[in-house]
Ligand binder design. Structure first.
Ligand code: GCU
Length: 385
């Protein structure tokens, strides 16, 4: 089967469940020193940092720990946006390091009716900038701002190109100018690391905005943006909830299943997304020291919501669900239950009341109003307790 829109470039994708090779996942609850992790304390002190390091070293690259300066200015503010329902703030966040600036343009709507501060959804926008039109002349289900405002949440978005253009050559024209040592390092961050880093800088801004409850930030990403939302939430424990929509390979799906997109294919077509070392695992998934269930686990105990779409086999829905299932035991260390059954739920049957939430939506690879309506339900269930 050739899924529309995904040229194979000589890579033959497998969509046959019976051809998924046998595999053994690395044990999320065993340290590299072969010690069984039986307590939350050992998880937090030893195993979680170890896992983050393995992902930095082998997949997403290092995350710069510091920067010289972060400033912001409100470029435009309109208290009568959306027919008076919301206040629009267009914020320019500027980070300087190595004498070079990176400028993040944040679009933010805050509901007027709600008592402040309010929780916020922030989208890592990997698609057209028109999806997050601040004038609302153009509206898109990719970022249904009115619906989110009506639910009592603030909604924000920034575009990935502000951090690292999504291009094999131009990705260096952004954050990487601030950290030139990352570019030469084999374990340096690349585009997806830069987008995740940007999400954290937006959170830095939220901490300074009195309208926003920075302890209740939901980071949302779709597909390549969903790979970044996972990495952002894993790296930065200030994010309260992670939403990863159709994130697929090197997102929420297990790499070892080699179902749909594979590590070799993603590294070949998108060489600018992940760290240099990741290429060692092309057609060599079994030697990865991690698999993606460990990225989910690194987000524990915080709530995480993952999605797939029924016609998006490229992103391996079953492999995504299995990632969540294999992370459950880490949530259990915190006494947190997931209400996922052993098999994925039926199409359009979201699992909301669970620390690990999930749905598979009818339809194509996309981020839709149906998806968002469930992110809101999930946030209601977890932030309003
Ligand atoms: C491609 C890519 C995926 C990615 C997707 C997207 O299909 O292979 O890894 O998730 O684009 O971002 O929409």
């Amino acid at each position: 089967i050739l899924i529309k829109g995904h040229a194979q470039n000589g890579f033959q994708a497998n969509y046959d469940e019976s051809k998924v090779p046998p595999y053994t996942l690395p044990d999320v609850l065993r340290t590299t020193g072969n010690v069984a992790v039986k307590s939350k304390a050992i998880w937090e002190k030893v195993r979680r940092p170890e896992i983050i390091k393995l992902f930095e070293e082998n997949v997403y690259g290092q995350m710069p720990r510091s920067y010289g300066q972060l400033t912001y200015s409100i470029k435009n503010e309109n208290a009568g946006a959306m027919g008076g329902k919301a206040t629009l703030k267009e914020v320019l966040i500027e980070v300087v390091n190595n004498n070079k600036p990176v400028k993040i343009n944040l679009v933010l709507f805050v509901p007027n009716k709600q008592k402040k501060p309010v929780p916020v959804f922030v989208l890592i926008n990997n698609r057209g900038k028109n999806n997050t039109d601040p004038t609302r002349a153009e509206k898109s289900d990719f970022w249904p701002a009115e619906m989110v405002i009506d639910s009592g949440y603030a909604i924000a978005a920034f575009h990935v190109s502000d951090l690292a253009p999504d291009d094999t050559a131009k990705y260096v024209d952004g954050v990487l100018q601030l950290y030139p040592e990352q570019l030469t390092a084999k374990n340096g961050m690349r585009a997806i690391g830069a987008w995740a880093w940007g999400a954290s800088r937006v959170l830095d801004y939220f901490e300074k905005d009195a309208d926003i409850d920075a302890k209740k930030v939901v980071v949302v990403g779709h597909s390549r943006g969903g790979k970044a939302s996972l990495w952002a939430a894993a790296e930065d424990q200030r994010f309260a909830i992670c939403v990863t929509n159709c994130s697929g390979n090197t997102g929420a799906a297990l790499s070892r299943r080699r179902f749909g997109e594979t590590v070799g294919r993603i590294n070949t077509v998108f060489p600018h997304w992940f760290t240099g070392h990741y290429k060692k695992f092309n057609n060599n998934e079994d030697s990865l020291p991690i698999d993606q269930h460990m990225l989910i686990a690194a987000i524990a105990p915080r709530p995480l919501y993952a999605t797939n779409a029924s016609k998006d086999l490229w992103a391996d829905p079953k492999g995504t669900f299995l990632s969540l299932k294999n992370a459950e035991k880490v949530y259990a260390l915190f006494g947190l239950k997931s209400n996922l059954n052993s098999d994925p739920p039926a199409i359009n049957q979201p699992i909301i009341n669970s620390q690990l939430g999930y749905h598979i939506r009818e339809g194509e690879h996309n981020l839709t109003a149906f998806d968002w309506s469930n992110f809101i339900k999930f946030a209601n269930a977890h932030l309003k307790k």
